[in-house]
Each structure stands twice: as C-alpha cells, then as structure tokens.
Design a protein around this ligand. Sequence first.
Ligand SMILES: [Zn+2]
Length: 72
Amino acid sequence: MPFYDLRCKDCGEEFNVRASIKERENKEIECPNCHSHELEAVFKSVNIISSSKSSDSGYSCTSGCCGGSCGF
Ligand SMILES: [Zn+2]
C-alpha cells in the first residue's frame, strides 16, 4: 500500500498515513487530530517509489535524435 502525506483542511494537521487507494477514494482516512475526513494531499517529496526511470522529467528526448538534450 502506498503512503500518503495528507493535510487536514479543518485543523491543518499534517500526517503520513499508509492506506489503500480505495480507502483514500472512499475518504476512510481521518485526521488523527480532529478526526475530520476533509483531507488534501501534500506533495513534499517523493515517498512512493516509482518504477519509471529517474531521468523521466517529461522533457527528455523520446526519439533519440540528440541523446536527450533537444527537449523533444
Ligand atoms: Zn484535523
């Protein structure tokens, strides 16, 4: 299961929780401080390990015309 950095919209509490995508979609995660379900995701750092390559910035050359420096 992935970890989520979440912030409570009601009290501002930030916390890290491990939950399934389904639990998050169904708002089954609650704030540990005030038990609100009004939570938003916080993107501080990458803590979900991606299977894509680390150079995948979205701007690298995909056709191989330049070895990755042309920006296409
Ligand atoms: Zn709260």
